[in-house]
Design a protein. Structure first.
Ligand code: C5P
Length: 319
């Protein structure tokens, strides 16, 4: 095993990167597909809560990937993302990754997906592989439905299983409180519960509602998440958290993804900070991170290893 600093040992090309969390500002589930996934309509938005990843690559020799994490994670997506990159043509060598988890797991905030996307963005740059966005998005979708979004960041509409993404105009600055009460909601279970209540007739109606939500985004009161009905029934505490956020002055509060995190949108930063504190260790103040800021953050993090400011970040080590 190795320490956090050994990913930055001499001889290693290394970077310390942030893997941001996301929220879903609207989430409508349409129908179950033959491949077992559900078609959905969602608005993804990157937010400032983040995991920290130290990633190092030493060129030469056979490929060996070591991952260490501050919390034990079964079937860590970070490892699978590194394998996916190293399988592509290019220089072999040693990959060391240290993951510091801060985004609560099983909370619908996309922490694991973002960690995987961070490796898909950083490792090609360190190894000298130039991988086009199309290939990166495919690798991301193979790892999980939320991974491709983190290869783009900002605000985006997600269609299909959530992997078909289109950019939205940047959201106005908002002060968020993310409440993650330590309840693990199983995503497949939440989809299965919701699936039972879906009817073919409701699909076009659901699409109409989603379309109006996107066109009236300035009014955040219209945001809705279809998972609330089934997840709140199973975990009534989460509905109480939503009510507490609304009583504390949130202009809108809702479940993120399939939960268990509940998000509140507040008009002023001071109220958001106070409300986050009132949740005794379960509340996190956060702000929206626009696509422009997301890209600028990535270019800064990889500054020593990139060639210009293009997206996705382009390695300066490529032949
Ligand atoms: O893609 P990901 O690994 O995040 O999905 C986890 C599970 O959530 C899937 O196996 C599936 O049961 C469910 N899911 C779904 N429809 C989606 C996304 C996820 O049914 N669009």
């Amino acid at each position: 095993m190795f320490s956090r600093s050994s990913a930055t040992d001499p001889g290693f090309r290394s970077a310390r990167v942030k893997a941001l969390a996301k929220i879903n500002l609207a989430l409508k589930v349409l129908n179950k597909r033959p491949d077992g996934f559900h078609d959905l309509r969602t608005i993804f938005q990157t937010v400032s809560l983040s995991d920290a990843i130290d990633i190092g690559f030493q060129p030469g020799g056979p490929t060996a990937i070591e991952v260490e994490s501050s919390i034990d994670i079964a079937d860590n997506l970070v490892f699978r993302a590194a394998q996916a990159v190293m399988r592509l043509p290019g220089t072999g060598g040693g990959v060391r990754i240290h993951l510091q988890k801060n985004v609560p797991m099983g909370s619908g905030l996309g922490g694991g997906s973002s960690d995987a996307a961070a490796v898909l963005l950083a490792l090609p740059v360190l190894t000298g592989r130039r991988i086009g966005l199309e290939t990166l998005l495919c690798l991301g979708a193979d790892l999980g439905s939320d991974v491709p979004f983190f290869l783009l960041g900002g605000a985006a509409v997600g269609l299909g299983r959530g992997t078909e993404l289109y950019p939205l105009p940047e959201m106005p600055r908002a002060n968020l409180v993310l409440v993650a009460p330590g309840i693990h909601v199983s995503t497949p279970e939440a989809y299965a519960l919701l699936s039972r209540e879906l009817t073919t007739d409701s699909v076009s109606h659901t699409i109409n509602i989603f379309q109006s939500v996107v066109w009236t985004m300035a009014d955040s009161r219209s945001f809705e998440n279809d998972f609330e009905a089934v997840v709140f029934r199973r975990h009534p505490q989460l509905q109480l958290i939503k009510q507490k956020l609304l009583l504390a002055g949130a202009v809108c509060a809702m479940l993120s993804g399939s939960g268990s995190a509940v998000i509140g949108v507040f008009e002023d930063a001071e109220t958001a900070r106070r409300v986050a504190e009132s949740f005794d260790g379960y509340g996190f103040p956060a702000r929206i991170v626009t696509r422009a800021h997301y890209r600028a953050m990535w270019w800064r993090q990889l500054a020593a290893h990139i060639d210009g400011k293009v997206w996705p970040p382009k390695s300066r080590y490529a032949e």
